[in-house]
Design a binder for this molecule. Sequence first.
Ligand code: PEP
Ligand code: MG
Length: 579
Amino acid sequence: MEKLKGIPAAPGISIGSAHLVGKEEFNVAPYKIRLQDVPVQIQLFEDALIKTRKEIVELQKKISKDLGRDEAEIFDAHLLVLEDRILIEEVILQLKKEHFNVAYIFQEVIKKYIRVFSRIEDEYLKERISDINDVGRRVIRNLLGEKGISVQNKKEQFIVVAHDLSPSDTAAMHKNKILGFITDIGSKTSHTAIMAKSLEIPSVVGLEIATSKIKNDDQLIIDGFSGLVILNPDKDTLKIYKKKEEQVKKITKKFISLKSLPAKTTDDKRVRVMANIELPEDIPSVVQHGAEGIGLYRTEYFYMNRTTLPTENEQFEAYKFVAQAISPHPIVIRTLDLGGDKFLSHLEVPREMSPFLGWRAIRFCLAQPDMFKAQLRAILRASKFGKLKLMYPMISGVDELRQANKMLSECKAELRKKHVDFDEELEVGVMIEVPSAAMTADLLAKEADFFSIGTNDLIQYSLAVDRTNEKVAYLYEPAHPAVLRMIKKVIDDGHNAGIWVGMCGEMAGDPCFSLLLLGLGLDEFSMPPAVVPQIKQVVRTFSFADAQNIAIGAMKLSTAKEVEEFTKKFIEKTEFQIL
Ligand code: PEP
Ligand code: MG
């Protein structure tokens, strides 16, 4: 038995066997593609074949020069496999028939070839297996790109162990097969961790040595509350964690049974407890956990794990679906927030030295008016099917807000001209996640209908701590006095201008900070759906007067540690502590 300490990323206890991903290429997970994406997938396949051919020819030249022509002959056989018309045609045929991602289809065809060749009693043909293997791996690597991560199409449930997972890798995984995530790198508010929370999959990140310590099929316990991973636990430890798993289930069940009660303090102060979603598929979880609407819809996931940009119509259908599904509750749709740690493989975006400080979110959208306006029109068109609100990410000052609003006005004018209905009263809000926005919140409030504080970014930018870097995770402190002062300023500035102020960063879903935020006057808390019942219960257990006193006390303290100890004291004696 060995204990590994990492960073808790998504709560929960998981017990299961390890499955390492990203170490071999014949592990591509299938996902369905749309009929209209088949030609794009064929193109991807052809590009990968051309790239692989180039690689092999170059390798052949080098070996021929270094070791001689005879040694380089092996690559003739590789080129023969690569150019085998029957193999290529079979892949294209299967792609047209099955509609799965081409990397998966190609992998399955290669596996079939290997099976057939290994049954033949012919030494020459048997030797070809290693050629097929080699070429197959090269093509798959080129299809997936260097960042490609794959998950084996396994039947049983397992715990994914990886060096790193991108948010889109995480989003593409089969929820019901995966018991947990463990990664060497990453931190609490990386989008991979946020995605794991959304999927309700216990996760520990930033373990640094997980992939070198853990082997396939090792038994693992993940404690997503404390960030502990136990490798090959002994009987007693297993018993303790099975009991804890049961306890967690029991309390979660109790909270869920109270989910329909309003988020109201004992002295009748009403706030809204909402859910964050990444995909329309998350809606059932929002309803199941009793959220009073959606406070953040991260639309960028709709652009991921596909080969083309979504059209305006497709987006309209998706937003309309979400608006109707959640009606009469409101939903805040955030416009595209790409960049940082979220990328699209098919968009040509140059690599940057500091992507979180670079061409991200609203900056990226303002520079791509066609793409941005397609999304704005889709949101406007969907707005008459429910209670939609729109907000922009990463606004750094009034200028950017005006530029975005100018494009929105142009979209409105285009729709009016075409007699397309939309909600003329659509609320337009600003995410406050850049310190300059927090410091000019009084100015922004004059031109916005609401604020939503994005603490995940606000913390990283104000404390100069990369939110995805496990090495500096100890400095990532939501309760740092600098952060608390900004939050207070934003709430006060918003209220002075007569607009409501919400929070959709992870801090809003941390019970340790609920009372402090409530006391500072936050109107809306938005969080991963699974945490909603718990936060509602925290709000319902205390009075607003208590919360205000806690806020006054916390604001006088000098360090994040002192604030955390102070606020924790109030929930320590309650059962909220355990989750
Ligand atoms: C935030 O920054 O707090 C936020 C909610 O946005 P994201 O996590 O998607 O960057
Ligand atoms: Mg953000």
